[in-house]
Design a protein around this ligand. Structure first.
Ligand code: 5AD
Ligand code: SF4
Length: 479
């Protein structure tokens, strides 16, 4: 809501600035979600306020993604929808950031002349000043090939991010990727791995904890190789987990994603021995066929993956395992897909993200046009895989029935006002009936699990361990 300005007061004051409002539309992965949270914090720091809706916003920012699907179409159709709005309200500004901006740079302005600002993944912190400057200077494009240390220092603390859950924060520990998976556009767009110094990360976690954050999710394209660019004295990721585990107030640490080829015993030991690190591992399999894995340049075989998985399960008590699988990689035969089904069944995942292969411009796999798998075949394989994955998820979840779980409360369930939702230490979504004594987000409770479904659990309150640790935020907008 905009401040109501009394016209008599207005006549006495020379200038009463109404804050500009902004909206951010995010496409893509958790890294982008987190960047959007930080961007929101930066824009608020620059004097703007969140808009009640995209259509009313003075500034609309698109945080774009290139990893899958037809990102180009999505972005340009969304931009097209805003063209008319901008003609009606010329003071409106449109900015494009994220991976598409990093990749296409000035091209975006050629295809959508009504865009005001294009900024890349390395200079998110410049977005507010670019928006300000472009009001007098016209359209601006600023994309860096590598992080600017100054800009990065400014944006590093996740503390200023506008978080969806007040008690849970994301923390980016590295950007880019040094691998060359044949299907993946990330290395080309985000560049090579750059790790943030361990000290900075521990300081950031300490600041987050002192503002009441109790859960941290560590983000990186390949978290296990964290620090390889800083020191040869590894493995720094295991040290990082242990160091974060020492931070007072941080009760839960999760991370995405480790690469199976780099999952070292030291990491498993650090997970097992650091109380705050949750018993949850996201280990992307991608395919169960050794021929396909080699074509993908993943650097492991299905047998090796299963060994690593077994090692993690042996080392970490009651471990939940999730994964990513790509269906229809160019040249994938029926037999090779059956191998994926077999490995997926044997791995007994708790849940999985499944993706249909998407040719990304500039990647090796995108050139294998002759070998593209027909859409109908992919669809059928996708359904069969889903069946296998749902079956193991259901089995895993049914096995939780009767157990007492520690749950961090997220808030009211999205579908049923009579229920609250939260997450167990294994990262599982659990719904439970609203309690007589109101429970706020961030409260820690124990629940007895009474039902397991493929994508969630249901529980009943056993005890309230503590209320939320974070301070209550004064809402910026009343709606
Ligand atoms: N097509 C389909 N899925 C992809 N992924 C990455 N690139 C592609 C692509 N070109 C999936 C992988 C990765 C996840 C983040 O996205 O499974 O682990
Ligand atoms: Fe892409 Fe492979 Fe790097 Fe993951 S590890 S970001 S899939 S190149």
């Amino acid at each position: 809501m905009r401040p109501v300005v009394n016209s008599r007061v207005l006549s006495r004051l020379e200038v009463v600035a109404t804050p500009r409002t902004f909206a951010i539309r995010t496409f893509g992965c958790q890294m982008n979600e987190h960047d959007s949270e930080r961007l929101a914090g930066l824009l608020i720091g620059d004097g703007m306020v969140p808009a009640a809706s995209d259509l009313e916003a003075d500034v609309v920012v698109f945080n774009t993604c290139t990893i899958r699907e037809n990102a180009d179409l999505k972005l340009y159709s969304a931009l097209g929808q805003l063209k008319q709005l901008k003609e009606q309200r010329p003071q409106m500004q449109i900015a494009v950031g994220g991976c598409m901006a990093q990749k296409d740079r000035g091209e975006i302005l050629k295809r959508a002349q009504w865009v005001d600002v294009v900024f890349g993944t390395h200079n998110l912190a410049s977005a507010p000043s670019l928006l300000r400057r472009s009001r007098s200077e016209g359209p601006l494009v600023e994309v860096l090939d590598a992080p600017d240390p100054e800009a990065n220092r400014e944006m590093a603390p996740a503390l200023y991010a506008v978080r969806e859950l007040p008690y849970a924060a994301w923390m980016t520990i590295q950007t880019g990727c040094d691998n060359s998976c044949a299907y993946c556009i990330v290395p080309a767009v985000r560049g090579g791995e750059i790790s943030r110094p361990l000290r900075d990360l521990v300081d950031e976690a300490t600041m987050l904890a002192s503002s009441g954050v109790s859960e941290i999710t560590v983000l990186g394209q390949n978290v296990n190789s964290y620090g390889r660019d800083i020191t040869k004295r590894g493995p720094l990721f295991a040290q990082l987990l242990r160091a974060l585990g020492e931070v007072d107030g941080i009760e839960r640490i999760r991370f995405v994603s480790p690469h199976p080829k780099d999952l070292r015993p030291e990491t498993v030991a650090a997970m097992a021995e650091t109380q705050a690190v949750c018993n949850q591992l996201h280990l992307p399999l991608q395919s169960g066929s050794n021929r396909v894995l080699s074509a993908m340049r993943r650097g492991y075989t299905a047998e090796r993956y299963m060994e690593r998985l077994a090692g993690a399960r042996r080392g970490i008590d009651d471990l939940a395992v999730t994964t990513d699988i790509i269906v229809g990689y160019p040249g994938e035969t029926d037999t090779e897909f059956d191998e994926t089904l077999e490995v997926a069944a044997a791995a007994e995942f708790d849940s999985a993200y499944t993706f249909i292969f998407s040719p990304r411009p500039g990647t090796r796999a995108a050139l294998m046009v002759e070998d593209f798998v027909p859409e109908a075949v992919i669809k059928e394989r996708f359904e069969r895989l889903k069946e296998v994955l749902d079956r193991s998820a259901l089995r895993k979840h049914e096995a939780r029935v009767g157990r007492r779980e520690e749950v961090l409360v997220e808030g009211p369930s999205k579908r049923n006002a009579q229920m609250l939702s939260g997450r167990t230490r294994q990262g599982k979504l659990v719904h439970f009936p609203v309690t007589a004594e109101p429970l706020r987000a961030g409260a820690l409770v124990t629940l007895d699990v009474v039902h397991g479904a493929p994508y969630h659990l249901r529980g009943e309150l056993s005890s309230v361990v503590r209320g939320p640790r974070h301070k209550i935020r004064i809402p910026l907008l009343s709606s």
